[in-house]
Design a protein around this ligand. Structure first.
Ligand code: GLN
Length: 205
């Protein structure tokens, strides 16, 4: 199982540490060719406006969007969630999201850098329950989702960890927390997609 980490910009090194610690092999993704060997992709935190620009200049936008639509498991954190959203509030006018998950995300929805915070999270995924600290750094706020989207964790009523079919997304930074549980959840999604027990191939309406 080979996990790609989008490494155009942002916090990709910490994701690599966690994934390697869990025994995954990792490819840093910077060009369309890098997509060919991966079974899943992490889109890290960073600056979503810059990432959006670099998706275009690297030529990755269309091939990545096609892979996600055909079922590639993808895990976006913080700026990565914004990149995957179907609607961005307070984005830059030329910032185009990938429209991979039915979520309306407000950039810097909790305020500026100084309003960054940490809190304990309870994550419920079916019968499994996990606990970890959530690190929120200029985090987006989820303003709305549709019924297609599962809410796996919330803070004060705001969804902070969500999943729609092959797309998992967190408004916080799981790679900076005290447990690798969210990365483990993602690796399970990738394993299920690799062995065919998950059917993610439906195209979103
Ligand atoms: N505020 C950043 C953005 O809009 C995201 C911050 C982060 O990823 N830590 O892209």
């Amino acid at each position: 199982m080979n996990i790609g980490i989008l490494a155009l910009q942002g916090a990709f090194a910490a994701h690599r540490r966690v994934l390697v610690g869990l025994g995954a092999s990792v490819t840093l993704v910077r060009t369309p060719v890098d997509l060919s060997s991966i079974d899943g992709l992490v889109i890290p935190g960073g600056e979503s406006t810059t990432m959006s620009m670099l998706l275009d200049s690297s030529g990755l936008r269309q091939p990545l969007s096609d892979r996600i639509k055909s079922g590639l498991p993808v895990f976006g954190t913080c700026a990565g969630l914004i990149v995957l959203a179907n609607e961005i509030v307070d984005g830059r006018s030329d910032q185009l999201p990938l429209d991979a998950i039915d979520v309306k995300a407000r950039r810097n929805g909790y305020g500026r850098q100084i309003d960054s915070f940490e809190t304990s999270l309870e994550i419920i995924d079916g019968l499994n329950e996990y606990h970890m600290n959530g690190v929120f750094i200029r985090a987006p706020r989820v303003e709305s989702t549709t019924a297609n989207v599962e809410i796996l964790a919330q803070v004060d009523g705001d969804p902070v960890l969500i999943r729609e079919r092959n797309v998992l997304a967190a408004t916080f930074h799981p790679e900076l927390g005290d447990s690798p549980c969210v990365h483990e959840m993602f690796l399970k999604m990738v394993a299920m997609s690799c062995d065919g027990t998950a059917q993610f191939e439906q195209v979103r309406s």
